[in-house]
Ligand binder design. Structure first.
Ligand code: FAD
Length: 463
């Protein structure tokens, strides 16, 4: 549930609350089954088969049995493979069995002269409140035109979505929004995506867009594949950088999720994998806005390090041109705050393996692009297995490496530097589970080694 009063009251994250929800549901289902089995056995012991048959003639009995069966199906159809491979079916069944369970419970407890019926209402109220708030968020944020821009880069296999919205609240790093595509038949489907960046487009009145929100989407098999196919159907050409752009009718609902203030850290380390870079970019946007506004006296960020592991160089090239370059042009990252970007290209995204020469050619093309933008010096021209880097003082520093980094060691080394320089450090990680585990282990080891001015913020794209 997106708008959950209990999450607001507890202050828990969505995933913590979800774990709690699953375990409470499992325990309640076991208790309900035991309750049903006990009454069945008691009936047999007291009155034998005749009483058992008579019980079935009672409405409360039949409703109780259906409620227990619904609860069991709710648990069975929520197993991970179902959520992973048939998410929409899982959602539909979850909703259908939940409604059936609540409805039958109402009639089951009615035999107590309505004494327990009021306990059903809070469940209904929590659910109805969620739906009402969803509608409110949709209505408040979206413009009547509902027109968004979708750009697909086929080489990098990523989609950029830009949605113009009303400026009802300032976007915050780490928040996510649910996107609805109104072009197809499945207009009710909505999927969560983390805000990557935002820009002001001027208008302050509520009829025109005040903000443009940008999202980065990796196509999977359902909704996201349909977005990719929409571009292929509507546009017949890709430009030289492999991208094609069309417009789409789209609504956005949000913001959701928590955000954490980074202002009081001197050093921010972001370790991300693939599309996890959206989390890093949104924090860079927020740091840019806070530093540019110059209103927060507690703001003490002096150094930001982004370590980004990508599958292939196409994705980096795309993000570099469309997101990083505009960010760097801001005064903030060309002097006040030292920005370092370390890229690790793990392998090429193409299905046929590249020869070593092809790889070198591609990497050289890629690094020359950065050199020509003045962010990497000439030492970067030859891409050997070692790092290539530049540090031109006022511009951000970039290093390019091949292969996966040892994340735990990397975090520990950076934390050690911070410790020596007596800088409070924030470590943000968004990527595959193993990367998050390694980053967490690095933070824990640093703490064990005596550096306790360090905080860890894991971000996940999974429930
Ligand atoms: C908080 C959050 C933020 C996210 N941010 C991003 C992002 O910035 N960029 C990005 O590319 N992806 C992001 N994701 C993942 C993205 O939501 C899924 O990849 C997308 O919903 C898949 O849609 P599909 O129909 O194509 O998926 P399918 O091919 O049907 O499934 C692929 C995977 O997505 C999961 N999934 C499918 N639908 C949903 C849904 N409605 N809600 C949650 N999970 C779902 C499935 O369980 C499965 O694991 C985020 C997920 C969460 C939970």
């Amino acid at each position: 549930m997106r708008n959950n009063v209990l999450i607001w009251l507890t202050g828990w994250s969505f995933s913590t609350f979800n774990s709690f929800h699953r375990w409470v549901a499992r325990i309640a289902t076991v208790e309900a089954a035991l309750h049903g089995i006990s009454y069945t056995v008691e009936g047999f012991l007291d009155g034998g088969k005749a009483e058992y048959i008579e019980n079935w003639s009672e409405q409360y009995w039949r409703m109780g049995v259906i409620a227990v069966i619904s609860m069991s199906f709710l648990c069975i159809f929520s197993i991970y493979p179902m959520r992973r491979y048939k998410y929409e079916l899982f959602l539909l069944l979850h909703l259908a069995f939940a409604v059936l369970c609540i409805g039958t419970l109402w009639y089951h407890v009615a035999i107590f002269d309505g004494q327990y019926n009021p306990y059903i209402w809070p469940c209904v109220a929590v659910w109805v409140l969620d739906r009402v708030l969803r509608l409110c968020r949709l209505g408040l944020l979206n413009l009547s035109k509902l027109q968004a821009t979708i750009r697909y880069n086929k080489d990098a296999d990523i989609i950029h979505l830009t949605v113009p919205v009303r400026g009802i609240s300032r976007p915050r790093a780490g928040s996510y929004y649910f996107l609805y595509s109104l072009n197809g038949l499945k207009f009710w489907e909505s999927h969560p995506f983390t805000l990557m960046s935002w820009s002001e487009v001027g208008a302050q009145n509520t009829k025109q867009a005040a903000l443009e929100l940008s999202f980065l989407v990796r196509p999977q098999d359902g909704f996201t594949a349909r977005l990719r196919d929409h571009v292929s159907q509507k546009s017949c050409s890709y430009n030289e950088s492999g991208t094609s752009q069309v417009s789409i009718r789209m609504a956005v609902e949000g913001p959701y999720g928590h955000t954490f203030g980074l202002s009081h850290y001197q050093n921010v380390l972001m370790v991300v994998g693939g599309t996890g870079v959206t989390v890093a970019l949104s924090h860079l946007c927020m740091i840019r806005d806070i530093a540019a506004a110059n209103k927060n006296p507690a703001f003490s960020i002096r150094r930001v390090q982004l370590d980004w592991v990508v599958r292939d160089s196409y994705m980096f090239e795309d993000i570099y041109e469309n997101e990083l370059l505009p960010l760097w042009s801001s005064r903030v990252f060309s002097g006040d705050i030292g920005l370092e970007i370390h890229i690790y290209v793990v392998e090429d995204g193409s299905t046929t393996p590249l020869s070593a020469t092809d790889r070198d050619t591609k990497m050289n093309r890629f690094s020359s692009k950065i050199i020509s933008d003045g962010c990497m010096d000439d030492t970067g021209k030859t891409m050997s297995s070692s790092d290539t880097q530049c540090d031109t003082g006022s511009t951000p520093k970039i290093t390019l490496s091949r292969g996966r980094p040892a994340v735990q060691r990397l975090v520990q080394e950076r934390a050690e530097e911070s410790h020596v320089n007596e800088q409070k450090m924030a470590v943000i990680c968004c990527g595959p589970g193993s990367m998050m585990d390694d980053a967490r282990a690095g933070v824990v080891c640093s703490m064990v080694n005596g550096f306790d001015e360090i905080d860890f913020f894991p971000e996940s794209f999974r429930w």
